[in-house]
Write a protein that binds this ligand. Structure first.
Ligand code: ACO
Length: 357
């Protein structure tokens, strides 16, 4: 018997996160997502994931400082990044830039990778607009400094907080496709840089971390409240997927959607956009229930990711890389866990080709 898409197959034991698809809950190392988002920041969730440390403890501050220093270190690599990223899209440039990192370096690989992602993403984004890269400010929190490097000026406290809420929300999520890719690569002892490059490659597909840009494209194309259900019905009729809906594990609403919706609400402006998005969301759930009966398709994390990143002034072509800026905490934690104990991941296939003559 084959489990198509490995659905329901348990391929690893982890202490990192538990995705409860029926209850609509996400637990990160014993903490409820909602509490984690209100109590800590990106450095705190990284300390929790990597070392099981309290996300509110003193180590969080030390790690925030280490991340700041590592961002400055990553900035020295930006000229090399620019040389290899010529003519590539932002996420392709990020993929090329990460591949330049050596396996061995004085800084711990998980810190180095967490620092390189925001610095490289911001430098690539600014270059795409003909702007010089902005050096990191190691005294700032990771999320606030990322926004600052992207936009060229220091964000408000509310914006930095909303960015942090996003990075914490998406830091880890069980054995999703990109994390699984990272664990497969780590299981061969190829090293953390290779595992994270592979994870990014898996993330960038539209069925995984490439969905939020197309969510906004969908809202733009619908354009008007009167067109919502006819547009959605036509899209499904043509065999398209509604971006930001459906999930392999969640059979109810993705709990991350509400956390991100609350984060968008803390930002000023954009009320009309949110109201329209809510109307599209309601319409999509109704249309999916009608046209895909019995499939239990609901809102996933990417729908409100799109609205939050847009409200923070980030461009659509940076959404997938921004997802990676947060998820790298989880990827690297899974690599550490895999390296500590796992065997090489090597499943089997059943041969259905022609028999030898
Ligand atoms: N829109 C329309 N139909 C859908 C959707 C959707 N968003 N999602 C699933 N379906 C339908 C499929 O067409 C299929 O119907 P069928 O049996 O009539 O052919 C049925 O529901 C089951 O779909 P599967 O592809 O088997 O579900 P799977 O668990 O493999 O896929 C996935 C999960 C990839 C997330 C899917 O729901 C999807 O494509 N969603 C849209 C893309 C998206 O939002 N991705 C982000 C996911 S969150 C993340 O990765 C961070």
């Amino acid at each position: 018997m084959i489990n198509d898409g490995l659905e329901g197959v348990i391929a690893a034991e982890t202490t990192l996160s538990d995705v409860d698809g029926e209850g609509g809950r996400l637990i990160v190392r014993g903490r409820e997502l909602r509490d984690l988002v209100s109590d800590t920041d990106f450095a705190g969730v990284a300390a929790l994931l990597w070392d099981g440390l309290s996300p509110m403890g003193g180590q969080r501050k030390a790690l925030a400082r280490a991340l700041g220093a590592a961002r400055s270190d990553a900035f020295t690599l930006v000229p090399g990044l620019m040389a290899v990223a010529q003519g590539l899209s932002l996420v392709e440039g990020l993929r090329a830039g990460l591949a330049l990192l050596p396996d061995q370096a004085p800084i711990a690989p998980e810190i180095r990778l967490c620092a390189a992602l925001p610095v490289f993403t911001a430098a690539l984004h600014r270059a795409s607009k003909g702007q010089l890269p902005m050096a990191p400010d190691p005294t700032l929190d990771h999320a606030g400094d990322y926004l600052r490097m992207m936009r060229g000026s220091r964000p408000s406290a509310a914006e930095a907080r909303a960015m942090d809420a996003y990075l914490v929300t998406i830091a880890d999520h069980g054995l999703n496709a990109s994390t699984f890719a990272a664990r497969v690569i780590a299981s061969t002892k190829a090293g953390m840089v290779s595992a994270v490059v592979g994870a990014l490659c898996a993330l960038k597909g539209p069925l995984h971390g490439g969905a939020p840009g197309p969510v906004l494209d969908m809202l733009d194309e619908i354009g008007d409240a009167a067109r919502i259900e006819p547009w959605l019905e036509a899209a499904i009729g043509q065999g398209e997927r509604l971006m930001g809906f459906g999930h392999r594990v969640y059979k109810v609403r993705d709990p991350r959607a509400d956390v991100l919706k609350a984060a968008v609400a803390t930002l000023r402006g954009g009320d009309n956009r949110i109201a329209f998005a809510e109307a599209v969301e309601t319409g999509a759930i109704r249309v999916l229930a009608r046209l895909k009966p019995g499939r239990r398709l609901d809102t996933n994390v990417e729908f409100y990711t799109a609205l939050l990143l847009e409200a923070l002034g980030l461009p659509r072509d940076a959404f997938t890389s921004t997802f990676a800026v947060g998820r790298v905490a989880g990827w690297t934690a899974h690599v550490l866990e895999q390296e500590r104990g796992g065997r090489i991941i090597r499943p089997a296939s059943r041969y259905v080709g022609p028999l030898a003559a």
